[in-house]
Design a protein around this ligand. Sequence first.
Ligand SMILES: Nc1ncnc2c1ncn2[C@@H]1O[C@H](COP(=O)(O)OP(=O)(O)OP(=O)(O)O)[C@@H](O)[C@H]1O
Ligand SMILES: [Mg+2]
Length: 252
Amino acid sequence: MKSLALESLSKTYFDPYRGTQFTAIKDVSLNVEEGDFVAVVGPSGCGKSTILNMIAGFVPATGGRILVGGREVSGPGRDRGVVFQSFALFPWKTVIENVAFGPKMRGIGKAERNRIAQEYLELAGLGHAADRYPNELSGGMQQRVGVVRALANEPDVLLMDEPFASVDAQTRMTLQEELTRIWEERRPTVVFITHDVPEAVFLANRVVVLTRGNVLAEVDIPLARPRVWDSLVEDDEFKSLSNQVLQLVRSA
Ligand SMILES: Nc1ncnc2c1ncn2[C@@H]1O[C@H](COP(=O)(O)OP(=O)(O)OP(=O)(O)O)[C@@H](O)[C@H]1O
Ligand SMILES: [Mg+2]
């Protein structure tokens, strides 16, 4: 695990055909300590995915810089694992082969990579599905495999862009509890993008509210862990923090 720092990060998109430009991110600075969990929330179009894609190295910044463990990033790398809302598992590979693919690419031998993959699958309650194919799984299970696949690469920083947005509310809460449990056990450094405020408050140690390309506010979430919905859903502190963040997002 490593720390992540954004220093005066900016992104202006240029449209060479129309000759227009649009500044999606302006001067954003953010520090995420090693082993911390930060959620970024904000209205649609405020620049959440742009920030994540810059950290992932998919989109080049037009100003400022990004440091992972103190080293500037200039493109995609295995030190950063990414989970999107929609992503493809390899349909011709079994679940465990999908998860073991990253370790395989890192040159880890078969027995060891299968051991790593199985361990992460167990951690996410998917041990029993190791030998199934993706099309034999529900949407929620596929999403879980996507998260497990990113974790099995043991990235320094885990980047997630609305990974649970396309599953039903019930499954979503289960996935949130699972991710929390895995984070509590393994303590990866996580940046989690969502427009779902209760999700951000439930998962994170800190919620960053983004508005039109700027950081409007950062809210610490000192809720005790382990966190489970059964006890938090009626918790006054949880409700008041969620309201506080919601007000900020609405004012954005
Ligand atoms: N490739 C691009 N070229 C031009 N403008 C872009 C490009 N990608 C994003 N934008 C613009 O940048 C702004 C931020 O987009 P971004 O996708 O980062 O928002 P978001 O916060 O992730 O939104 P959502 O919640 O809907 O996913 C938007 O106004 C969008 O239209
Ligand atoms: Mg987005």
